[in-house]
Design a protein around this ligand. Structure first.
Ligand code: ZN
Length: 168
């Protein structure tokens, strides 16, 4: 599921920083959502948006449920956070997601000007936060969130591996 390839490209961000209580709460919420997704046959990816210590929203993949291949956890979380906070930018928020965002979601994160992104597992096939490319920290884009990678990586990877193993 994950390889060194993506990791090495992320430079100074490759090692997760010591996590704060808010980071622990955020990733715990995202992991819970990922487990929820697995329990209903969705690819186990979960996300949460926190502002300060407050969980604003939590979401998980709903691609199967909605018959919508774009219904990724972090995209839903970003959309719901914007709506709930009645704003068009999330500069003071942190998005937690168990899997490195894809091109679509990384694009949405940049457009919504999310202040910080914390993710768990790398996605060497589709990750756009260092693995396949880096939309989140692209020098030519006008917004670059702070990125922290590899937080509770093993648990995030394990959920995905279990899920795909069970389906084979
Ligand atoms: Zn995505």
């Amino acid at each position: 599921m994950h390889k060194k390839a993506g990791k090495r490209e992320t430079g100074s961000e490759k090692r997760p920083r010591p996590t704060s209580p808010a980071d622990e709460a955020g990733m715990a919420a995202a992991l819970e959502e990922a487990r929820k997704a697995a329990s209903i046959g969705e690819v186990p990816v979960g996300a949460a948006v926190l502002r300060g210590d407050t969980v604003v929203v939590r979401a998980h993949n709903e691609s199967v449920t909605r018959r919508d291949p774009t219904a990724h956890a972090e995209l839903l979380a970003v959309q719901q956070a914007l709506s709930l906070l009645q704003t068009d930018r999330l500069g003071d928020c942190t998005l937690y997601v168990t899997l490195e965002p894809c091109a679509q979601c990384a694009g949405a994160i940049v457009l919504a000007k999310v202040g910080r992104v914390v993710f768990g597992a790398y996605d060497p096939k589709a990750g756009m936060a260092g693995s396949v490319g880096d939309v989140l920290r692209h020098p030519q884009l006008n917004h670059r969130p702070e990125v922290v990678a590899g937080v509770r990586e093993e648990e995030c990877v394990h959920l995905l591996e279990e899920f795909f193993r069970a389906r084979r």
